[in-house]
Write a protein that binds this ligand. Structure first.
Ligand code: CP
Length: 363
């Protein structure tokens, strides 16, 4: 197993800062990097739709002088014939040097990393994690505001299913003096486990509100999100909540001039196109930053694979004690997986599925 990137917490702050530095250097000196991956292949395995993540991964590898293979529709792969993620990962290891995987099942890229002999990058797994979007978000904040400390960051919209929100909170938690404002309707509030295990664990100051207008004046960063239609069990519930927050030019009148608006995109209706003209709208620059960070990441993981840096190890794991009952977990479809849980709080007997982080409590 080679070192992969499944969850942003696998990277130290020093490693993230080094990636930011490399990405800035790539932006200033692109020629210096144009042959770095000559002869290397990236496989992009997208079992779920994507525009930015897949194309920016592909552009990243091409701009590093490498090549790209892959698919953008699970229906054209042998997954449609029932091939497992484990077998797919073994196969791809025969054809490529590194792979990026997006999958609707939470934990699928982790299963791939356990079975591949090349690095695996999680390009988004269900409502769980999206670590390379987080790298893009961090570079955007850094380039736009010049710092990743002493910030008040508002997250607005679907904080329940928004995997980019969970990943970015996990990263920001390790920077100094970050205040969080969680702006969401009752039904789409940040899951409790993220509050306890990220915000509380790192003693982050946070408030929850349903009012974007109230939060606006204090924010340095406003991170807007799409209501994630594909994660809802009920279409009626989606219809009821889909326009909970719409950012307009008028609503920005009380915002700081130096505030920056981020959005992982795609947007549906949550940011008026008029806002695009405002210099504070950073979301298209954010998409460019995604390519730069993916270039830096591909270089890092390929170098570490050559150097034999070991894979991230999940410790304190129990097997066969619990069964994961999250229907979105990869364990619900991948038959051969041994259900495994890591202990996150021994005192209270709290365990989490190593694939999707669903919770179990030991009585
Ligand atoms: N931000 C993001 O993940 O966009 P795509 O779904 O288009 O890849």
């Amino acid at each position: 197993m080679k070192r992969s990137l499944i969850d942003i917490t696998e990277f130290s702050v020093e490693e993230i800062d080094q990636l930011l530095k490399t990405a800035c250097d790539i932006s200033e000196n692109p020629k210096k990097y144009s042959e770095v991956c000559r002869g290397k292949k990236l496989a992009t395995l997208f079992f779920e739709p994507s525009t930015r993540t897949r194309l920016s991964f592909e552009a990243a590898m091409l701009e590093l002088g490498g090549n790209v293979i892959g698919f953008s529709d699970a229906g054209t792969s042998s997954a449609s014939k029932g091939e497992s993620i484990a077998d797919t990962a073994k196969m791809i290891s025969c054809y490529a040097d590194i792979m990026a995987m997006r999958h609707p099942k939470e934990g699928a890229p982790y299963v791939a990393s356990l079975n591949a002999s090349i690095p695996v990058i999680n390009a988004g797994d269900g409502g769980h994690c999206h670590p390379t979007q987080t790298l893009a978000d961090l570079l955007t904040i850094y380039r736009e505001l010049g710092r990743l400390e002493n910030l008040t960051v508002g997250f607005c919209g679907d904080l329940k299913y928004g995997r980019t929100v969970h990943s970015l909170l996990s990263a920001l938690a390790r920077y100094k003096n970050i205040k969080i404002v969680l702006i969401a309707p009752e039904e789409l509030k940040l899951p409790k486990y993220v509050k306890y295990e990220v915000l509380d664990k790192y003693n982050m100051e946070y408030v929850e509100t349903t009012s974007l207008e109230e939060a606006m004046p204090q924010l340095d960063v406003l991170y807007m999100t799409r209501i994630q239609r594909e994660r809802f069990d009920s279409y009626d519930e989606y219809e009821r909540l889909k326009d909970s927050y719409i950012l307009t030019a008028e609503k920005l009148e009380t915002a700081k001039q130096e505030m920056r608006i981020l959005h992982p995109l795609p947007r549906v209706n949550e940011i008026s196109v008029k806002v695009d003209e405002d210099p504070r709208a950073a979301y298209f620059r954010q998409a460019l930053n995604g390519k730069l960070m993916r270039m830096a990441l591909i270089m890092k993981l390929l170098k570490e694979a050559e150097e034999g840096v070991p894979a991230h190890e999940v410790t304190d794991v129990v097997t066969e004690e619990f069964v994961c009952d999250n229907p979105r977990c990869i364990t619900s479809t991948e038959q051969e997986i041994v259900h495994s849980f890591k202990c996150v709080n021994r005192e209270n007997g709290i365990y989490r599925c190593v694939y999707c982080e669903a919770k179990k409590v030991k009585n």
